[in-house]
Ligand binder design. Structure first.
Ligand code: MV4
Length: 456
């Protein structure tokens, strides 16, 4: 039998740090919180068994600093590090340093992180694993001329130029005709160089009106991989997800089997260890294509927890200390939905609204879950992301889940800062949303919260 960890250092903040502490408590594992001086009053600092201040507010000098985190590991004698999401969670160098120190990085190996972090390598890997990919260039484009020729003679416009170091929309351009190619090529490369220090580009056929449907997978250290069903994350704004759900309203049983098999093949091919997400684009004919693989726990993991009734962080920690994954893939029971409550003003371009929360009453009741680190009197620091809570509802059907979510949003009280609660109330009323008629471009075409109509 594998021996569990004694003490886990959580290299993160906010709700995910708390979320991990809760599971560790239930598993009898001690926890170490790290925090910047901006997070002294955070609950993760209070709820952990120990806490170490690792620097000033700036992420670069605290949550992103490998030396600071490793110093905290050393002085607290932690035997594992949980990176959460964001920050160092997909940093292969960090995973490597952990292993050099004899500390278990709770996640896949540095090699797997690197392989999936480079999008051209990830795509080549998927082709070998017989996972469908979007047709396009074989690997990196060697020059603009090569790209132009390929777009015109082989791929066909519209095409998409993507940065191999990219992800989440950076360094990405749609090109609809040859005259636009040069401008798009230059600006995408400049953007990629500035953001990643790598301007390698590849090309794909542009998939119109795609859905973003991702599969949760988990793999153990012995080569076994299963999937835990999908999440539909098509409701996005500028690559920021706002609502996620399972099942996808677009899913059929047959498609779930096919996509689930593909996600498992992807994981098996690389002997994936840990929890991961295989992201797909799905076109209107229900053809699906590999998009990216995320080698970390994701923000929206509670949606999956609710429909398969398992604690994903617990499963993630178990495979990290060597427990085998048992049984078959999971298919969802009922419906779950997550609304991301951000301290942003949805009426003013979702501009951040940090500040002190004056009063806070979170939604409660059957089928309602709130994952949050905030409370009345908490000051939201301006240095990090603006997510302050995740409101998760579950019910037997999508209709009942929407009804419950509307009720839960109505009773959520957050005073002192602007939030995305009114946006979600508007979204849930939209006919297209209720009918499941939306893709990743849908939100951008709406007058959000009927702003235009209300102007006059
Ligand atoms: C695409 C695409 C259409 N065709 N690739 C956006 C994030 C990046 N990781 C990949 N993305 C896309 N790739 C092809 N060949 C459309 C998108 C896309 C998108 C994907 C998922 C969720 C939201 C999106 C919003 C705009 C564009």
């Amino acid at each position: 039998m594998a021996e569990k960890f004694k003490k886990i250092l959580i290299a993160n903040r906010g709700e995910i740090a708390l979320r991990i502490i809760r599971t560790c408590r239930e598993m009898g594992i001690k926890t170490v919180a790290v925090y910047s001086t901006a997070d002294r009053e955070s609950l993760h600092v209070r709820f952990a068994d120990e806490a170490v201040c690792i620097g000033p507010p700036s992420s670069a000098e605290s949550y992103l600093s490998i030396p600071k985190i490793m110093a905290a590991v050393e002085i607290t004698n932690a035997d594992a590090v949980h990176p959460g999401y964001g920050f160092l969670s997909e940093n292969a160098d960090f995973a490597e340093v952990c292993s050099e120190y004899g500390i278990k990085f709770i996640g896949p190996t540095p090699e797997m992180i690197r392989r999936m972090g480079d999008k051209v390598t990830a795509k080549e890997t998927m082709i070998k694993a017989k996972v469908p990919v979007v047709p396009g260039s074989d690997g990196l484009l060697k020059s603009m001329e090569e790209g132009k020729k390929l777009a015109k003679e082989v791929v066909g416009y519209p095409v998409m130029l993507k940065a191999t170091a990219g992800g989440g929309g950076k360094g990405m351009r749609i090109v609809t005709k040859e005259e636009e190619f040069e401008g798009a090529w230059n600006s995408a490369r400049t953007e990629a160089k500035a953001a990643f220090g790598n301007d390698g580009m590849y090309m794909e056929k542009y998939v119109e009106e795609p859905r973003h449907i991702e599969f949760q997978i988990i793999g153990d250290q012995y080569g076994k991989v299963i999937h835990l069903s999908e999440r539909d994350c098509s409701v996005q704004r500028r690559h920021q997800k706002l609502l996620e759900e399972c099942p996808s309203p677009f899913m059929t049983e047959e498609l779930r089997k096919e996509m689930g098999d593909a996600a498992v093949r992807a994981g098996e091919y690389i002997n994936y260890e840990g929890v991961g997400t295989v992201e797909f684009l799905v076109d209107k004919h229900r053809k699906f294509y590999f998009m990216e693989m995320n080698t970390r726990i994701q923000v929206e993991h509670p949606v999956t927890e609710e429909v398969i009734d398992h604690d994903l962080i617990k499963e993630q920690i178990k495979v990290a200390y060597g427990e085998p994954v048992e049984g078959d893939s999971y298919f969802p029971t009922g419906h779950a939905m997550e609304c991301r409550i951000n301290a942003e003003d949805p009426l003013h371009d979702f501009r951040p609204s940090p500040g002190r929360i004056q009063s806070f009453h979170s939604s409660k009741g059957h089928g309602v879950r709130v994952d949050t680190h905030v409370y009345a009197g908490y000051g939201i620091p301006p240095y990090y992301d603006s997510m302050i809570a995740k409101l998760i509802c579950r019910a037997p059907t999508r209709e009942e889940c929407i009804t419950k979510m509307e009720r839960a949003l109505d009773e959520f009280i957050i005073e002192g800062v602007k939030t995305t609660v009114p946006f979600h109330q508007w979204l849930l009323k939209q006919e297209d949303f209720r009918n499941g008629h939306f893709d990743t471009g849908w939100l951008a075409k709406q007058d959000i919260m009927d702003k235009e109509k209300n102007k006059g």
